[in-house]
Ligand binder design. Structure first.
Ligand code: MRU
Length: 350
């Protein structure tokens, strides 16, 4: 994995270039806008694990390109060995992060596309074409969700968001922030309240950076200020993304989403989730979903500084589950669904 320094400003999170995958290094934002070049699927798996790239749709498309790299870089002429190599790459990429379903969805979509093919050169082309198609579809899907969701908001609204569900969490445009962008593009004046999103700080490092970059009015608050700000009547709507949505409408998203939803309900503030159909998991039940548990270092350190006793026990779940009774609407590229979700999701997602 090589570091590529570029002064040119652009926010294309995932880009296929010269037979390699170029990713914005999100671990370095907002201090530095630098890029990481992945030349193998192992580089890609490493980048996903280290949060160089993160956000459900972005890691899905990145994993798809990872599989493309595994195929392109293979030297074998034996079809059986080729498929064994691809299966190994599939498993390694799939195991990088467990909660966002987009990762598995993207890898499965590619594998399905090639199951009946037996020409290695053709398979390599099909995999890369499919990954490129997914990257293009991602931007189109986000724009479509933006247009569909924008009408829910009015001129002068203040919108709270959590984590980063923007350009940086997708190939481009964003899900929750895509809707916010579309509201602005429709001519309405809005302002955003972004939560810091401890412990990885996707809100302060990424959402605040992205919205400033786009000239969208944004104020940052500590996660602990959510209840206070809502009680003061400042927030008109809450908009978040999702890593997985079940057929019952249970939403898995960045840790802290659940407490925002509870507080929004208490203060009668509409709570919207924005996600593409690739984020829906119609098979599993709430207890089947693995919530990623991350390193204790994320909690006890800020940078190099240790802020808690070294031997302290730490619980560091990266995601939580918001139950459907707290969610006002779910916005997708196929349309907007309302409760009861078991019925509306079944109708929308076939
Ligand atoms: O751990 P992360 O940064 O990958 O978590 C990201 C989130 O939880 C986002 O809110 C979610 O993926 C939706 S992104 C469009």
């Amino acid at each position: 994995m090589n570091k590529v320094n570029k002064s040119r400003i652009r926010l294309l999170t995932v880009e296929w270039k010269n037979n390699s995958l170029v990713l914005i290094d999100q671990t370095k934002l907002p201090a530095k806008l630098t890029y990481v070049r992945c030349r193998s699927y192992i580089d890609v798996a490493d980048a996903i694990k280290k949060l160089v790239v993160r956000g459900a749709p972005a890691i899905g498309v990145t994993a798809a390109f990872g599989l493309a790299l595994a195929a392109i870089k293979s030297k074998t002429t034996n079809l059986k060995i080729f498929f064994q190599e691809l299966t190994k790459a599939y498993e390694i990429l799939r195991s990088t992060r467990p909660t966002a379903i987009n990762l598995q969805w993207a890898l499965d979509r590619i594998m399905q596309k090639i199951t009946n093919l037996n020409d290695i050169a053709l398979i390599k082309k099909v995999i890369l074409d499919e990954a490129i198609l997914m990257a293009n579809e991602d931007i189109a899907t986000n724009k479509s969700m933006g247009i569909k969701g924008a009408y829910l908001f009015s001129d002068g609204d203040t919108i709270m968001t959590h984590c980063n569900a923007g350009s940086l969490a997708t190939v481009g445009y964003g899900t929750a922030l895509g809707v916010i962008r579309a509201v602005k593009e429709s001519g309405k004046k809005i302002s955003v309240i972004a939560t810091e999103t401890r412990p990885v700080m996707q809100g302060s490092r990424l959402t605040a950076f992205e919205l400033k970059h786009e000239n969208i009015d944004v104020n940052l608050i500590p996660d602990t200020a959510v209840g206070h700000i809502m009680a003061r009547g400042i927030v008109k709507h809450v908009v978040v993304g999702a890593d997985r949505i079940l057929r019952t409408g249970h939403v898995f998203n960045k840790i802290g989403t659940y407490q925002l939803a509870v507080l929004a309900k208490t203060h009668n503030i509409p709570f919207y989730v924005v996600a593409p159909s690739s984020t829906f998991d119609l098979k599993n039940n709430p207890n089947d979903i693995v919530i990623e548990e991350r390193s204790k270092d994320e909690v006890i350190r800020i940078g190099k500084k240790i802020l808690a006793p070294k031997n302290i026990g730490v619980i560091n779940p990266a995601f939580d589950m918001t139950p459907p009774h707290l969610i006002t609407k779910i916005i997708t590229e196929k349309g907007i669904v309302s409760p009861p979700y078991t019925k509306s999701i079944k109708k929308l997602i076939k």
